[in-house]
Design a protein around this ligand. Structure first.
Ligand code: 2RA
Length: 339
């Protein structure tokens, strides 16, 4: 398959190249695509240097799939152009996620809904993906009423400049361009993305709205506090889940240990629980600290960690591409207007 990676020079773009290679995705040709100022730069794929090309050249080359990670503005402007050319777009930005005509896909949960007519497919927000991978099997079994989540998010979720800010501060250099409104090293910022009129941040509302859409259930109440911490390996989440039905703790562990894409790390007495350092570079979502909320019935506490650049972005997008390839869902279906 001819694959375009749009935003190939960014942090997520680089991870997409790595994951395509590691998972042995059947790439016949890799198009590294970026905006004008990066055209001519080189990226490495399977040991080869590949020159970055611009958007028009990429559309003309007609890849079957374009994985976008170039920001919302670029996606809004360009994804329809790729789609009109019959190219299936898997988009990492927030541009299309809540559009009712677009599917918001986590393969373990709802890839089966994809058809050849889906030409722009939205990849959810990183902190949402890792949470719903764990919530879904429990929702199927016990029906979730309400979720209260607090996140501890890696600076890699912001991008290269944020990683540079953290390491510069750690080295005592506070002069570097500021990505965050405050120092991030030795600090914690209860602030991810912009603040909205209701007092929540956009990141918090993404967790609420995207969870309902992916799980296909508007009745689930979700409230979130999203926080940036000075780490790089992945996002962590403390999640409190209230169910309609009673659950059994051993059964919860059994269900999660058998769930696709989930790894159970739940032996706190031996200091085994998920951490960003151990999740870093992995494709799975890790869950542990599973315990009953003793303050009210039918309620569970747990701790979820995943590499936000992997399952939270690149891996999830590539799993969507794998599903499309496996089920022959790319290209233009005969007699179908694509966009
Ligand atoms: C963050 N959720 O961590 C964002 C990245 N998509 O800031």
């Amino acid at each position: 398959m001819k694959i375009a990676v749009v935003g190939a020079t960014g942090l997520v773009g680089g991870e997409i190249l790595k994951v395509l290679e590691e998972r042995n995705f059947p790439v016949t040709e890799l198009l590294a695509v970026a905006s004008e100022r990066s055209v001519g730069k080189e990226v490495t794929f399977k040991g080869k240097q590949i020159k970055v090309i611009g958007f028009e050249e990429a559309i003309a080359a007609k890849p079957e799939i374009a994985i976008f990670s170039a920001g919302g503005g670029t996606s809004l402007a360009l994804a329809p152009k790729f789609a009109e050319a019959g190219i299936t777009v898997i988009d990492n930005s927030s541009a299309w996620r809540m559009d009712p005509t677009k599917k918001l896909v986590v393969p373990e949960i709802n890839a089966v809904e994809l058809t050849k007519e889906d030409k722009i497919i939205a990849n959810p927000n990183c902190s949402t993906i890792q949470m719903v991978v764990v919530l879904n099997p429990l929702h199927q079994k016990y029906k979730i009423k309400r979720v209260v989540v607090s996140t501890y998010q890696s600076v890699t979720g912001t991008g290269k400049a944020a990683v540079d800010q953290l390491f510069a501060e750690r080295a005592g250099d506070h002069s570097k361009g500021k990505v965050y409104p405050h120092q991030i090293d030795l600090n914690v910022l209860p602030h991810i993305d912009v603040f909205l009129d209701n007092g929540y941040t956009k990141e918090e509302m993404k967790m609420t709205n995207e969870t309902k859409k992916i799980l296909g259930d508007d009745s689930i109440a979700v409230t979130a506090t999203t926080v940036r911490i000075p780490t790089i390996g992945g996002h962590s989440e403390a999640v409190n889940i209230e169910f309609e039905n009673e659950f059994d703790l051993d059964e919860v562990r059994q269900i999660l240990s058998e769930s696709e894409g989930v790894v159970l790390q739940d032996d706190p007495k031996n200091a085994l629980y998920p951490m960003p350092l151990t999740a870093h570079g992995k494709d799975e979502t890790f869950v542990g600290r599973i315990r009953r909320d003793e303050s009210q019935p039918k309620t569970l506490n747990l701790w979820i960690v995943a590499d936000n650049l992997r399952k939270g972005a690149a891996t999830n997008a590539i799993q969507i591409a794998e599903f499309l390839a496996k089920h022959d869902l790319v290209g233009v279906a005969e007699g179908v207007r694509v966009f």
